[in-house]
Ligand binder design. Structure first.
Ligand SMILES: [Zn+2]
Ligand SMILES: [Zn+2]
Length: 136
């Protein structure tokens, strides 16, 4: 079992069977939303329990996705795609990230200048990403 919470603690998550791999998105929306890039683990709804739901605000960031944040401290909480029954939960929210590894980066051609992620993993450009998702 893995636990996590926003900066102020008003919103808490408890996760069972946390996957070990996470992705990093460099799209401009994620940059604006998080400050640099969105590093998150996709977890099926059935494995996530949310406490403090009254403090969760959701921003509709596109026709098909929603980004949630804490209404008290403003922390990034999670991203959800309409078509998926899962949360994309940022690593920063988790109390313990031991053993987690990056498996992919997306929108690498949109990455903010001046930094890079170490290791070898799948790298997708914006075009690669939309080709895989089956839309443009
Ligand atoms: Zn908060
Ligand atoms: Zn993104």
């Amino acid at each position: 079992m893995t636990t996590g919470h926003c900066l102020c603690g008003a919103v808490r998550v408890t996760i069972t069977d946390l996957p070990k791999g996470f992705g990093i998105c460099h799209c401009k929306m994620c940059q604006r939303w998080t400050g640099l890039a969105f590093a998150a683990i996709e977890v099926p709804d059935a494995h996530v329990t949310v406490e403090g739901a009254a403090h969760v605000k959701a921003f509709r960031s596109s026709d098909s996705s929603t980004r949630s944040f804490c209404d008290t401290c403003g922390s990034t909480l999670w991203f959800r795609d309409d078509g998926q029954s899962s949360y994309e939960i940022p690593l920063g929210m988790l109390d313990d990230t031991e053993g987690l590894t990056v498996t992919h980066e997306v929108f690498v051609d949109r990455k903010a200048a001046g930094w890079s992620v170490g290791g070898h993993h799948r790298m997708e450009t914006e075009a690669d990403y939309f080709a895989r998702k089956g839309r443009s």
